[in-house]
Ligand binder design. Sequence first.
Ligand code: OGA
Ligand code: NI
Length: 371
Amino acid sequence: MEVFSRDEAHEKTQKYDRMREKKAFDESKAGVKGLVDAGITEVPRIFVDHPENLQSALASSNGHFHVPIVDLADIVKDPSRRKEVVNEVRSASKTWGFFQVVNHGIPTTVLEEMLDGVRRFHEQGAEEKRRFYSRDFTTSVAYHSNFNLYKTEAANWRDTLFCVMAPNAPEAEDLPAVCRDIMLEFSKRVMNLGITLFELLSEALGLKPNHLKDMECAKGLVLLNQYYPKCPQPELTMGTSRHTDSDFLTVLLQDHVGGLQVLYQNQWIDVSPVPGALIVNIGDLLQLISNDIFKSSEHRVVANNMGPRASVACFFYTATPPSPKLYGPIKELISEGDPPKYRETTIMEYVSHFSANAKGDGTSALQQFKL
Ligand code: OGA
Ligand code: NI
């Protein structure tokens, strides 16, 4: 009895300390990069993850599986090539929920400059970044570390600059000066690529090319400029814990460092950097409206000590202003034999629910919307 209550007290102290230490970290407004710049040589305990979450983090990808690569060249002028691409997109979206695209039309110089912009933002002085520090998710531009810092047990080794780029583009002066021009340029191009991808995905579902665009899946775009500082003890923490994306579709630009992994057939498979390629993954909202035809797969990023890693996750969904539209399984995809699997919801309701439950343990928010 006494032992039990002492354990309980110990646990409470641990919890209290964790909260206090997280708060101190949050209030530094300097992110993980601030810790690294201060010269830490050990990972502070708020970042130390459970061994089961770290399991096999450094020993994945046995080489048997590779995320499909889809070549988008000639899909406009060659109808038979387009048909093949639609088949490849369908197959990848049903099984992996992930694929990489090449010949997507965005010049490599733009991709490189975007990644440089992410590094410039996170590597500038702490004072410059501090004015953007915010946990208010209704603002259009916010810099923070761990959007779910107070919900998870272990924090991730990652800092983020969050920017809503569409439907309303921010005023140039609202964006950080060191990356504003490239963010506006890159977003415009990602928006065009997104429209092409939604056309291919519509066709892959047997719908008219404009179906998903007409549902306003490509109306909103949020950019997450992610920065994973070099980690002194990468075996103890995660860059990004296992999760699915809450949006319709994500276009992800990663640099050459690597560390992104997708869960496929119960194994963590490396999504290896391919120069000039972009990664595409199905989000929860597209799984919901496709009535489980497409799969929103879990993925994560392992920490590394090879140097900072930069990435840009482009989320297609309407964040602000919130859309009043209701989304449920697409009527054309349901029949007597294939009844709807989900109730209708708004983007705001789904994303709020997702964020409130983002504990980094792989539980899916979609379950709560199942009929
Ligand atoms: C995300 C994500 C992966 C990466 O932001 O949702 O999965 O490589 N990012 O940063
Ligand atoms: Ni993700």
